[in-house]
Design a protein around this ligand. Structure first.
Ligand SMILES: [Zn+2]
Length: 198
């Protein structure tokens, strides 16, 4: 029910490369935690204004900017919280992005953050499957070096044992990757360790 209501806004995660122009609002769940960290849950100001009028969100903080129309005037919200709690899906999608995120966007063999690919820990030729437990993030050079061998055969130990993560674990990892542009009013709800640049 709640999810349907939220879906009806069709909010999209906006590009915040130019936040001063887009004025997106940070969207918090009813428990005041962000809906997601990576990508950060942001709605365009148009979606947010609509949600305010439909009484689906509470305004937590504002921009200085005001939008006008013949009938109304509103200070643009910079942080809103949903009035109804949205439950996260229990079964996380097994996607390329989520595997990269679980592994912190670094190679499980050498820690490199560049030229990332996926590796079957137990190669398919040995019956290795395409699952959370057997797919890891690997940089291209490590992938080439390992070839069709197991980590033992290639003498390439993994930094961490691949497991199926839960949504909270992925959210925690996502917090390590704050976007470059953060509005000052968002910081209270997001990251303890990010300083606001003047
Ligand atoms: Zn590597």
């Amino acid at each position: 029910m709640t999810q349907l209501a939220i879906a009806s806004f069709q909010p999209e995660f906006v590009d915040i490369a130019k936040p001063t122009r887009h004025k997106p609002a940070l969207v918090l769940n009813a428990d005041y935690r962000p809906l997601s960290y990576l990508p950060l849950s942001l709605w365009s100001w148009q979606d947010v204004v609509k949600a305010v009028y439909q009484d689906k969100v509470e305004v937590v903080a504002h921009y200085d900017d005001v939008v006008h129309s013949p009938n109304f005037e509103m200070q643009l919200p910079s942080v809103v919280s949903l009035k109804q709690f949205v439950h996260h899906e229990r079964n996380l999608a097994f996607t390329r992005f989520n595997v990269f995120l679980r592994d912190g966007f670094s190679c499980v063999y050498c820690g490199s953050k560049h030229d990332l690919t996926f590796d079957h820990v137990i190669p398919r030729s040995f019956g290795g499957r395409t699952t959370w437990e057997n797919i890891v993030t690997a940089c291209s050079p490590c992938n080439m070096k390992k070839g069709g061998r197991t980590p033992q055969m290639a003498r390439m130990p993994l930094h961490s044992v691949p497991k199926r993560p839960n949504i909270y674990q992925l959210q925690e990892i996502g917090r390590r990757f704050p976007p470059r542009h953060l509005h000052s009013t968002w910081l209270d709800w997001l990251y303890w360790d990010v300083e606001l640049l003047p």
